[in-house]
Design a protein around this ligand. Structure first.
Ligand code: PLP
Length: 455
């Protein structure tokens, strides 16, 4: 199909997610037709390095025949059956076992969903059910973080702390509140009357959690939900002091930890789960995205023994589930994806080789005149665009520097996402060193062009 014909159909009928419908109608969508390895191709013949692995999900890269074959075989064998009412099937049972094998040892159960948002809906239900079964139904509050992202269903967006989402279609689910994010470049380095060092700021953010718990009532807080590294909020890597201090606060008040692994899971930070990098022992871990490398939609919640035992032993029927919970074809593809990640040593390669190599090359971009900070962890990176390198002053909002840089990137062959004036990458985990060099080269070119246009 020709570009314009596809765009016309799209314009006439398709309402895109997270999109200004009218503006897109005027501009027209970019038509992606095929993909291989770390590259996507559009209908005008451009090859583009996908620096975002789709939406942080194509961990194994594009075009893996083994996943196609796993899907085809399962579609022929049993394309669909549900897991309600005491039924199961081999792919979902095997996937459950594999996931619990890979997860930290205190996690031995999984509840399947169709997406990360549904996983977080499930978290909300499980957390409140758990405390009610424990005889503490007053433990209802869930604390999330400003600018955290936990999905787009009503529960997902309520757990998340994205103000523009809360402003549309509210009110949010009651009993959820948010504390400050550990975003040192954006907030911490400015000091605001306290020690501006990253470590002091990390501790201050954990103190904000304790202050919120005391404000709500120490017996009223059920859980704290956070991504190990905030992804959609801007690839925000917390200061080293943050997670140890948060863990101590949660232990002090017996509050469950929900580590949202939808982005950090399956190798992104060089461990199977981001929680392992930060030495967390979460009670619940929502997962999705890299679970199937995005080839088919599947998510779930990994449930730690403490919560699982209560739900199993005391809970009776759990009135919750989705038609596609444990979908056999999605499960077969996810299982094959995990087997390939494991057999090819991809997670170790991110930890030992590609992550450190990206860190070295990415940090060179920190020298650029319009970059205030370049940070990365594993295969996730961010650049903070600034008008004044010495003071870190941002560009005037009306200039939309981040969107400009993103558009220049796309036009010159690189997908790099912008969150305000923070540029983000999270490429497929199969990227090579040469492709990292290309990514850094394209990003630098885009920074040069952005600087030139904003001068
Ligand atoms: N949680 C996190 C951390 C995410 O980044 C996302 C999606 O970006 C979600 C949950 C929601 O996942 P989904 O889009 O599959 O519903």
């Amino acid at each position: 199909m020709q570009t314009q014909a596809c765009q016309a159909l799209d314009r006439a009928h398709h309402l895109h997610p997270f999109t200004d419908f009218k503006a897109l109608g005027e501009e027209g969508s970019r038509v992606i037709t095929h993909a291989r390895g770390v590259y996507i191709h559009d209908s005008d013949g451009h090859r583009i390095l996908d620096g975002m692995a789709g939406l942080w999900c194509v961990n194994l890269g594009y075009g893996r025949r083994e996943l196609v074959e796993a899907a085809t075989a399962q579609l022929e064998q049993l394309p669909y059956y549900n897991t309600f009412f005491k039924t199961t099937h081999p792919p979902v049972a095997r996937l459950a076992e594999k996931l619990c094998d890979l997860a930290p040892s205190h996690i031995n159960h999984v509840f399947f969903t169709g997406s990360g948002s549904e996983a977080n809906d499930t978290v909300l239900r499980m957390v409140r059910r758990y405390w009610s079964l424990e005889g503490k139904p007053e433990k209802q509050w869930i604390i999330g973080r400003e600018n955290g992202y936990h999905g787009s269903t009503v529960a997902g967006m309520s757990l998340g702390g994205m103000a523009p989402m809360h402003d549309q279609g509210g009110p949010c689910v009651p009993g959820i509140t948010h504390i400050r994010q550990p975003y040192w470049f954006g907030e911490g380095r400015l000091g605001e009357g306290h020690d501006p060092s990253p470590e002091a700021f990390g501790r201050a953010c954990a103190e904000a959690l304790e202050a919120k718990i005391l404000e709500l009532g120490e017996d009223k807080v059920a859980a704290f939900i956070a991504e190990p590294v905030q992804g959609a909020g801007g690839a925000i890597m917390p200061p080293a002091s943050y997670w140890p201090a948060v863990k101590a606060v949660l232990a002090r008040y017996d509050i469950l930890l929900v580590a949202d692994e939808v982005i950090c899971g399956f190798g992104r930070l060089g461990e199977w789960f981001g929680s392992q990098h930060f030495d967390l022992e979460p009670d619940l871990m929502p997962i999705a995205k890299g679970l199937s490398s995005g080839y088919l939609p599947i998510g779930g919640v990994l449930v730690g023994d403490r919560v699982a035992e209560t739900l199993i032993e005391e809970g009776g029927e759990f009135f919750h589930g989705f038609t596609y919970s444990g979908h056999p074809t999605c499960a077969a593809v996810a299982l094959k994806n995990l087997e390939l990640l494991e057999a090819e040593g991809i997670v170790e390669r991110v930890r030992e080789d590609l992550g450190p190599y990206l860190a070295e090359r990415w940090s060179e971009l920190g020298e650029h005149p319009i970059v205030g900070e370049a940070r990365s962890l594993g295969l996730m990176g961010a650049l903070e665009l600034v008008a004044d390198k010495a003071t870190g002053e941002r560009f005037d909002k009306s200039l939309a520097a981040g969107s400009l840089c993103r558009d220049i990137c796309f036009a010159t062959g690189l997908v790099m996402r912008s969150v305000g004036d923070t540029m983000i990458i999270a490429p497929p985990l199969v990227i090579t060193r040469d492709e990292i060099d290309e990514l850094v080269h394209l990003a630098r070119q885009a920074l040069d062009e952005t600087a030139r246009r904003l001068a």
